[in-house]
Design a protein around this ligand. Structure first.
Ligand code: SPV
Ligand code: MG
Length: 431
């Protein structure tokens, strides 16, 4: 009997999946591939039910003869394993980033005489409703909050992009690229104090108050599902920080990163050009302890950011602080540097990992931007934050447009580089 293969990445079965199975049955024995959690995160969306449960669910569908795990979004391994005569898929992968996967499947099948079947993609009210419900579930605070810890377990490096508004949140949420036949997307969002302040036209000196920062978080959470890491600056007074922790948990934020500075905070990228004071190990440990005591959920993370390399206090000081802050209860360590060369970051990570194999390490490669995520992961880094690149790309583009309209006294000259009106009005999903 001929074998028909299809890959599912859904948590809920709807008409579209049933239609695929109905069609598949006509060609032979139906084998469903359950895309693994690891592959699903990069390819589609975060799973709301575990992999094993998805396998069980697919097995209950009438007409399904067997279920296997597909561990990569590319079909090479699963085709070797199953050797299907047919692969069947909704025709929605004929365009967009998924087309590269379809093209590759077609090539693989052609190499041994297999055939690809595209069935019309089903998109009705029922499918739309299920889609929406899944999205809403992922956006709920209790789901979103625990996702960062889950991602650290599930993916070699959590790729995190800055967001400071609903719109930038949507960009982080929705941007998917195909490169070398693989799809990729960001895992999490960073609510940067620099970019949140800049968007409000204010300096990055803890001037934008927490109420306003929380408003930014809410703008983002209203339209996205990905987990949030909040830049908490110094955390403020310990007596205030404990309230901030509770509020962030309630908002569904996964982690706050606080830096070991005190007094008037200036942006780290100024380094020693401006006066900045580092808190003592005891002072900062006390703030971490107080935050951990205040937190109510198990999922929330307080990550300690060490400014010793920024303030030229040396590697030994950075490491001593890192171990002390972990002892005080920090759930992760962020090490920062403003050198172009990543050498000191690598040295820190290697030395830290020699003694601590598990505490997550976070880095922000704004200055040391030649090193790749993969290389950082090899040195034990778990979270990479692109802290300000969206703001820095939007700003010059807007400034140039403003200048050119002033120069030409009309908007025609700038039109070619603008998003079309049609695209901008369809950018935002409507309920
Ligand atoms: C931010 O994005 O606000 C940060 C990172 O704190 S940095 O600007 O590099 O200090
Ligand atoms: Mg900051």
């Amino acid at each position: 009997m001929k074998k028909v293969y299809t890959c599912f990445c859904t948590d809920v079965i709807h008409d579209g999946h049933l239609n695929i199975i109905e069609n598949a049955k006509k060609y032979g024995r139906v084998i469903v591939g359950a895309l693994s959690d690891k592959a699903l995160i990069r390819y589609n969306r975060f799973p709301t039910v575990p992999q094993e449960e998805r396998v069980r669910l697919y097995k209950t569908i009438e007409g399904v003869d067997d279920v296997v795990i597909q561990d990569d979004m590319m079909y090479d391994d699963v085709i070797t394993l199953v050797q299907p005569d047919y692969i069947i898929h909704g025709n929605n992968w004929q365009e967009g980033p998924e087309k590269a996967i379809r093209d590759h499947v077609e090539e693989l099948l052609a190499s041994y005489g297999g055939e690809l079947i595209d069935v019309p993609y089903t998109y009705n009210e029922g499918v739309k409703k299920i889609d929406m419900r899944l999205k809403e579930k992922l956006a709920m605070p209790e789901f979103r909050r625990k996702r960062l810890r889950q991602l650290i377990e599930m993916t070699p490096v959590v790729k995190t992009m800055e967001a400071h508004s609903g719109l930038t949140g949507l960009i982080v949420e929705k941007t998917v690229v195909e490169h070398d036949g693989k799809l990729d997307q960001f895992d999490a969002m960073w609510v940067s104090s620099l970019c949140d302040s800049t968007a409000k036209g204010k300096p990055d000196i803890e001037l934008v108050d927490m109420t306003s920062r929380f408003r930014t978080i809410e703008d983002i959470t209203e339209v996205t599902t990905k987990p949030i890491i909040f830049d908490g600056d110094t955390g403020g007074l310990t007596e205030h920080f404990v309230y901030t922790v509770r509020s962030l948990e309630r908002l569904g934020v996964s982690a706050v990163i606080i830096e070991d500075k005190k007094g008037l905070k200036k942006n780290s990228l100024f380094g020693t050009e401006v006066e900045q004071t580092q808190a003592t190990i005891e002072e900062f440990s006390e703030k971490i302890r107080a935050g951990k005591n205040a937190q109510l959920s198990d999922d929330f993370m307080i990550i300690a950011r060490i400014e010793s390399l920024i303030l030229e206090q040396g590697m030994e000081d950075a490491l001593e602080r890192a171990f002390a802050f972990v002892k005080a209860g920090a759930d992760g360590i962020m090490i920062h540097s403003r050198k172009k060369d990543p050498a000191e970051i690598i040295e820190f990570c290697d030395k830290f990992r020699a003694e601590d194999k598990t505490t997550p390490i976070v880095v922000v490669p704004s200055s040391f931007n030649t090193i790749t995520e993969e290389e950082l992961a090899e040195h034990g880094v778990n979270i990479v934050i692109y802290a300000n690149q969206l703001t820095r790309s939007a700003f010059p583009a807007m400034q140039k447009t403003a200048e050119d309209i002033l120069k030409y006294h009309r908007a025609k000259e700038v039109d070619d580089r603008l998003m079309s009106i049609k695209d901008i009005i369809t950018l935002i999903d409507e309920l």
